[in-house]
Design a protein around this ligand. Sequence first.
Ligand code: INI
Length: 154
Amino acid sequence: MKVIEGNFLTDKSDQYAIVVSRFNEIITGKLLEGAIASLRKHGVDEKKITVFWVPGAVEIPLVAKKVAKSKKYSAIITLGAVIKGQTQHFDYVCSLVSSGVSAVNLEFEIPVVFGVLTTENMEQAFDRSGGKMGNKGHECAVTAIELVSLLKNI
Ligand code: INI
């Protein structure tokens, strides 16, 4: 039997892109800090990380697609926060960003990791951006590293 999986060792040549939305920046800023800290902890040089700010979660897929198309990056981490209590069109925004990111993920042969929080309220968002439920940005960075490694082994 052959088992193929990724590891958490990073390659010096790998470049990581982070596409992060400014909407709810109090949350997305923490997701970004978590993602960067995690990449750095796993040995990714700061020079190998590029951050792309977009206005809101809806804009993430287009920018992620353009970034993927550039072929400069080994993985893209998408970060955002859609909070139900604050928007009448919560479902619409969630659906646009999730299906958009998923489409980019399958079109290009690099991991496009989904780190957009979709929560009922601000408290749940804080819990998941460095609070009692951890930091989704950190989780996404670790996922990106593992997938970059796994894809190289296939
Ligand atoms: N964008 C978010 O990232 N989070 C939200 O909670 C949100 N709300 O509440 O509407 C939101 N809206 C803006 C949207 O992402 C676009 O930027 C806007 O519709 C312009 O295309």
